[in-house]
Design a protein around this ligand. Structure first.
Ligand code: M6R
Length: 610
């Protein structure tokens, strides 16, 4: 979850490292620090809170720091204080860590018994002490690392600097992401390629069990047995500009607005505009053995999980095999039944979510075919699956997922359609209907974007409410869940999403004249039943905010406020359009409440710990 950055070159590096951390701050933002080497000595500054609090301290680092590394933390062990902030320092050694050392307690006890004095409550500091002890008998970093690594259990992306080798940075990877940027007369490392974009597009993604040594002119990689490896760089396709705010007040707002273009790009890339044929090769479908697949299990977390739930309404229908959707954090621990006839699909924006990755490793061990629907190229999950469908939505920087959610829903739909086409099992009229709906999608999304002003007015009426209920039926139930999640995470308002039919089984007890209820009722086959649920709420004086068709006077008349939402002819794809209104609703409510929209408290964009 934490962000790590390293720099070694021939120019002053403090600013380069700080700016690298700024681009990574979405990974964690409760404390930060930078260490450099100058004159053979380690110098460091640290602060609790966001990077803004670290910036005034940067002048304390020597100008002539041509090598250094920085860290932005999401606390796991130990409170978010300056003392627990990384880099951790011991003698002439500095260490930063992304991940968790699971056996840190026993190691710490052993080290304390050996006379070591700890200065933080973190798990990470044990690695520093182990290394420092080892350097007494193995006076070079690589050799010392190879000796202590077998003692570590857990996940780690470690950055290490030592005054005894002042020209080199070390990067160690096991379980947590780590990428090297190859520059011209300078080299870098980071926990996320996004941070490297303005510096270089030439990158090497370390694999688990690898150590890299970086100097200004060389990158040497070996495995945990010390064997040297030849790892040529790959080239990143994202541009630095795509990761900027581009004039928007927040990344989230920019990413909401990008959706029509992102959806159009996905369709343009994967669906032949003349024939409607799906490009199954580019989608990774051709890499799967379709004849073997008897069932599909989706694994995902958070927003990605809700997107996968919508696949039940598209993939199952197109492919004709049972689809189940599992929370990755639950699935991996219940020893699920899996056999080689199951296709396990990981859905993930970052490609780094620890629980989702663990599910894929479990599925591979059970002989299943595995697939990823992912946004970040070269990330850990696509590297672990047999094939991948990249969303290519561009960098998503706001912690709250917006364009990733809608791209995922679209990709599930196209994936189902692609397999159905390849297996020749979708009736021609059903296929044609799907293609027509896809054609409507980008412009419907565009019209949904144009309702921003209206949604802002609605949000002004409700932003002080302490609770919200969202409800929908069929695929719109997932819109309700996603709408509630968005509101919770960026405005800190308690919100729950319910299936309309479930309300009367308990939650309706919460309804009174103070409770805002966002009802999503598009013109699909669930409409009549949903209107009955709306009536039930109205009879109990709930404050109804409707999300439905512009011309639906019947629904509109039942609601206190109404957000007109463009309609398309497919219920699964309609979720993409409907959710845009709810993204705006949570965004404007959060702005009015003055929260940190892009970096809400306690959260991190990439959840790389379990
Ligand atoms: O990177 P992933 O898609 O695997 O992330 C999964 C969740 O952590 C993520 O969707 C999270 O729920 C979002 N920040 C919610 O907006």
């Amino acid at each position: 979850m934490c962000g790590v950055v390293g720099f070694v070159g021939v120019r002053p590096g403090v600013r380069v490292i700080f700016e690298g951390l700024q681009r990574l701050e979405y990974r964690g933002y409760d404390s930060a620090g930078i260490a450099t080497i100058s004159g053979g000595k380690i110098h460091a500054v640290k602060s609790d809170g966001k990077l803004l609090r670290l910036e005034p301290l940067l002048h304390e680092l020597p100008e002539s720091s041509f090598i250094g590394m920085g860290h932005t933390r999401w606390a796991t062990h130990g409170a978010p204080t300056t003392q627990n902030a990384h880099p951790h320092l011991l003698g002439n050694l500095a260490l930063i860590h992304n991940g968790i050392i699971e056996n840190y307690r026993e190691l710490k006890q052993e080290l304390i018994a050996d006379g070591h004095v700890f200065s933080s409550e973190t798990d990470s500091e044990v690695v520093l002490h182990l290394l420092s002890r080892e350097l007494k008998t193995t006076p070079e970093i690589k050799g010392a690392l190879l000796k202590i690594i077998p003692r570590l259990r857990g996940a780690y992306g470690l950055g290490i600097m030592w005054g005894g080798e002042p020209e080199a940075l070390y990067l160690v990877k096991e379980g947590s992401p780590a990428v090297i940027g190859v520059g011209d007369g300078e080299n870098y490392f980071a926990s996320d390629a996004l941070s490297l974009l303005p510096l270089t597009k030439s990158v090497i993604f370390l694999n688990d069990g690898e150590i890299a040594r970086l100097t200004k002119s060389s990158v040497d990689i070996c495995d945990f047995s010390g064997k040297l490896l030849n790892r040529p760089p790959s080239i990143l396709s994202w541009t630095a500009a795509s990761a900027e705010k581009q004039g928007y007040r927040h990344y989230m707002l920019k990413e909401i607005h990008e959706q029509p273009a992102v959806l159009a790009n996905i369709i343009g890339r994967l669906v032949n505009p003349l024939t409607g044929a799906i490009d199954t090769k580019q989608m990774g479908i051709d890499d799967l053995d379709l004849a073997k697949i008897r069932s599909i299990v989706y694994v995902a977390c958070g927003t990605a999980y809700y997107s996968a739930m919508i696949s039940k309404y598209s993939v199952e229908q197109f492919i004709g095999v049972p689809v189940s959707v599992e929370l990755a954090s639950e699935f991996r621990y219940r020893d699920p039944y899996l056999d080689p006839s199951t296709l396990v699909i990981a859905v993930t924006q970052s490609g780094e979510t620890a629980d989702t990755l663990a599910c894929i490793k479990h599925a591979v061990a059970r002989g299943c075919q595995t697939f990823a629907i992912c946004n970040v190229q070269h990330s850990s999950i696509p590297r672990a699956t047999k094939a991948t469908l990249y969303m290519e939505a561009g960098p998503e920087v706001g912690v709250a997922s917006t364009k990733a959610f809608t791209s995922m829903v679209l990709c599930h739909y196209l994936f189902g359609l692609g397999i159905g086409q390849k297996k020749r099992q979708i009736p021609a009229d059903v296929y044609e209907k799907a293609i027509q709906a896809l054609k409507q999608l980008p412009s419907a999304a565009d019209r949904a974007i144009s309702t921003a002003g209206l949604v802002e007015d609605v949000s002004a009426k409700y932003y002080e409410s302490g609770n919200f209920i969202f409800m929908g039926r069929g695929p719109s139930f997932m819109v309700a869940l996603e709408g509630a999640l968005k509101l919770k995470e960026i405005s800190y308002i308690h919100a729950e999403g319910y299936a309309g039919g479930e309300l009367k089984h308990g939650p309706i007890a919460l309804v009174d004249k103070y409770m805002p209820i966002v009802a999503i009722a598009p013109l699909d086959s669930h409409y009549e039943k949903m209107i009955s649920n709306v009536e039930e709420v109205r009879a109990r004086e709930g404050l109804l905010i409707g999300v439905g068709d512009l011309h639906d006077e019947r629904f509109k008349n039942l609601c206190q406020d109404y957000i007109a939402c463009p309609q398309i002819s497919d219920a699964a794809l309609q979720t993409i359009v409907s959710v845009i209104s709810l993204q705006f609703l949570s965004y404007y409510i959060a702005v009015k409440r003055g929260t940190d929209v892009d970096q809400p408290r306690n959260l991190a964009k990439s959840v790389t710990v379990e």
